[in-house]
Design a protein around this ligand. Structure first.
Ligand SMILES: [Zn+2]
Length: 312
C-alpha cells in the first residue's frame, strides 16, 4: 500500500503540489512511512483515522543520517545547502536522524544522537537532599531557603499582543500586511513558552547538579485543571518531565511526596498540624510552638523530610 500511495503522489505532484519540487525529495519520504504506520494502527483498532497534514500547519520533516551533514555550527540539507545553526551540537556519539520543524517563523532542527550512558560528572560539593515547593507567583522555594523567582513576561507581552490584534483587524484578510501581522502574533506565544522553558531548565539543572536527592510534591493536576490553574498544571508536567530525564543523566534520586501529604499545614519545627490554613496566609505561625516561617519555605522543608522518609 505504501508503494501505491507513493506512486499516486508522484503522479499528481506536478499538477497539485508543484511546491514540493522547491525542496529536497527527502522531506516527503518519511511522511509515507508515517502514513503507512498510521493506517496500520487504524486498521488494528489502535488509533483513529489518520488526520490530514496541511502545508503551513505543524510543518516538519524527518531526515535519516545519510541525508544530512553536521559540521560545527553548520547543518546541510540536500538542495537547500548549508545552514548556520545558533548553537553547535552538545553531544557526541553516533548521529541517527534529524527532524526539522517550524514554530512561528523560526526553524529548529533536533538531532538524535546515540550516546554511551555514562552519567555526567557532578561537582563534589553536591549536597545531600533538597525539598522543592513549586508556586505560581514564585517559581520555586527550596528547603535550604533559596528562592527562584519566575520571570514574568506575560504582562508586557499580552499588552503587545492586544496591540497587534487591533492592527490585524484593520488589515485586509489575505494581504501581505495581514500575513506579516499574523506572523508577528504567532511569534508571541512561542516567545512566552521559550522564556518559561528556559526558567524551568535552569531550575531543574541546578537541582540535579546540586543535590543527590530531590524531593517533590505530586500535584493534583486534575484538580488544578478544574480550578483554572492551567499554567501551573502544565508547568508542573514539564518540570517533572525535565527533572526525571535529567536525573537519569546526573544519577539523582527523585522522591515524590503524595499530594495528600499536608506539606503546608504541618509545622516544620515541632510537627504540629494546623486544621486550616488560608491561601492568603503567607507566613506560617504555629499554634503549638509559636514558630514563624515563610509559608513556602515551611512546605519545602516538610517535603524534603517526607521525601527522605519515603526513600528509607
Ligand atoms: Zn510548631
Amino acid at each position: 500500500m505504501l508503494f501505491k500511495i507513493k506512486k499516486a503522489f508522484n503522479a499528481t505532484k506536478p499538477i497539485e503540489f508543484p511546491w514540493v519540487f522547491n525542496v529536497t525529495k527527502c522531506a516527503a519520504e518519511q511522511a509515507f512511512t508515517n502514513l503507512g504506520s498510521a493506517f496500520k494502527r487504524f486498521f488494528n483498532g489502535q488509533s483513529k483515522y489518520p488526520k490530514f497534514k496541511k502545508k503551513g500547519q505543524h510543518d516538519s520533516f524527518y531526515l535519516s543520517n545519510d541525508q544530512f551533514k553536521v559540521a560545527g555550527n553548520r547543518f546541510r540539507i540536500p538542495k537547500l545547502g548549508w545552514i548556520i545553526l545558533t548553537e553547535t551540537l552538545l553531544f557526541s556519539g553516533k548521529i541517527l536522524s534529524a527532524t526539522v520543524s517550524r514554530t512561528a517563523d523560526k526553524w529548529f532542527v533536533s538531532i538524535s544522537v546515540q550516546m554511551e550512558t555514562t552519567p555526567i560528572k557532578v561537582s563534589k560539593k553536591q549536597a545531600d537532599a533538597v525539598g522543592v515547593d513549586l508556586g505560581v507567583s514564585r517559581l520555586a522555594t527550596l528547603s535550604n531557603g533559596k528562592t527562584v523567582e519566575g520571570r514574568k513576561p506575560l504582562k508586557k507581552l499580552s499588552r503587545r499582543l492586544a496591540r497587534l490584534q487591533r492592527h490585524l483587524a484593520k488589515c485586509t484578510k489575505g494581504s501581505k500586511r495581514y500575513n506579516r501581522q499574523k506572523m508577528k502574533i504567532a511569534r508571541l506565544p512561542t516567545r512566552i513558552s521559550c522564556i518559561r522553558h528556559d526558567g524551568l531548565h535552569k531550575l531543574t539543572h541546578h537541582l540535579c547538579q546540586g543535590f543527590k536527592v530531590v524531593c517533590l510534591e505530586d500535584l493534583n493536576v486534575n484538580g488544578m485543571l478544574k480550578n483554572h490553574k492551567l499554567a501551573k498544571a502544565i508547568g508542573f508536567y514539564e518540570f517533572k518531565r525535565q527533572i526525571e530525564y535529567k536525573a537519569t543523566l546526573f544519577g539523582n534520586w527523585i522522591s515524590i511526596v503524595s499530594k495528600w501529604f499536608p506539606s503546608s499545614k504541618t509545622c516544620s519545627n515541632c510537627g504540629h498540624k494546623k486544621e486550616e490554613l488560608k491561601l492568603s496566609e503567607r507566613i506560617y505561625r504555629c499554634d503549638s510552638c509559636y514558630f514563624e516561617i515563610d509559608r513556602d519555605l515551611n512546605a519545602a522543608i516538610n517535603i524534603e523530610r517526607e521525601g527522605i522518609c519515603l526513600l528509607a
